[in-house]
Design a binder for this molecule. Structure first.
Ligand code: ADP
Length: 315
């Protein structure tokens, strides 16, 4: 089976217990939960049985151990996660507003995550990879950008493929070269996985069809537009496949797009038909939102298939 890798931020998430809770005053918190968009992605891919490994860095602390242990338990290759003394593991504090939007307080670039590099272990992992997945949020510093771009070049030089999820998090995407890097990654991607309005950050078109046509003409194999509870739409040169979401009670949206992307890319790499890859991806995205914590809603393939067999699609 093809092996996929990602590179980027590894952190713990600490969540306000109540919706609308402000971080301007003390209040009850939940967590720490293992997190970081590329970590969620790799954890979900591994849980589905795809060989998957992550390049990143944590501190020599309990938060780092929590992340490594969770990824290892899910079946991921953690050989390229560096453990640094003297720098703490990254953190994200998140509170949910009444309108369902999220407010984050991140410490990533100045945490152990900021020490990410293409060291010997990372080079070895990349040599065994068939596919690299890049998250926009992982382009959080010039150093992190360099790691992501070199991962793309190595995997492509070996005949591998690339997927890209913009995963825009303005609070952490402050690197001077970030915009150029986003365009650079898109130009090298085979699969593009934007969510909602992110599609229009990369196109001058005003509607979905115009933006999709423009981007497919630039050389992407396919575009999968994530649409929250409504599901997702797949586009390639041959046409479009709309796939409805599954009806679930959402308790925490964080991680849905990463789980969706991991499932779609894993099944694309296995040669699944787009409709089949989308069904699994929608199921993983739906399951992800049923648990508090970004990686708590990751399930193995058998559980996802059982959910699909009994689950209800949204109309
Ligand atoms: P992102 O997390 O990247 O912003 P979305 O919010 O679109 O992306 O979620 C990704 C996928 O997760 C969706 O395409 C859908 O399959 C699933 N999903 C997200 N929210 C829900 C929900 N409330 N109910 C069911 N499925 C959901």
């Amino acid at each position: 089976m093809k092996k996929l890798v990602s590179a980027g931020e590894i952190l713990v998430e600490i969540m306000a217990e109540r919706i609308g809770q402000s971080f301007l005053e003390p209040g009850p918190l939940l967590g720490p939960y293992p997190s970081g968009a590329p970590a969620i992605f790799i954890g979900q891919a591994a849980a589905l049985g795809q060989p998957a490994g992550l390049i990143g860095a944590v501190g020599d602390d309990d938060f780092g151990r929590l992340n490594i242990e969770r990824l290892r338990t899910l079946g991921a290759d953690v050989s390229a996660i560096a453990v640094h003394t003297g720098q703490a593991t990254g953190t994200a504090f998140v509170t949910y507003r009444a309108d369902a939007s999220r407010h984050f307080v991140f410490n990533i670039a100045n945490s152990a995550s900021g020490l990410i590099e293409t060291d010997t272990a990372a080079t070895k992992l990349l040599a065994s990879a068939d596919h690299v997945h890049v998250m926009g949020s992982s382009l959080f510093s010039d150093r992190a950008i360099a790691v992501a771009l070199s991962a793309i070049e190595t995997v492509k030089a070996g005949g591998g493929t690339v997927s890209f999820d913009p995963n825009i998090r303005r609070e952490i995407m402050q690197a001077s070269g970030m915009r150029t890097a986003l365009d650079h990654v898109l130009a090298r991607a085979d699969i593009f996985l934007p969510s909602g309005e992110e599609l229009f950050l990369f196109s001058s078109a005003k509607d979905e069809k115009g933006a999709v046509d423009e981007l497919l003409n630039r050389g992407l194999s396919c575009i999968v537009l994530k649409k929250g509870a409504a599901g997702a739409t797949y586009h390639d040169r041959h046409g479009t496949v709309a796939s409805p979401g599954f009806a679930v009670d959402e308790v925490d949206p964080t991680g849905a797009g990463d789980c969706f992307g991991a499932a779609f890319v894993s099944f694309w790499l296995r040669g699944a038909a787009p409709a089949d890859a989308m069904r699994i991806a929608n199921a993983c995205g739906a399951l992800a939102v049923t648990r508090k914590g970004p990686m708590e809603g990751i399930f193995p393939l058998e559980a996802v298939e059982a959910f699909i067999a009994t689950g209800k699609n949204m109309q």
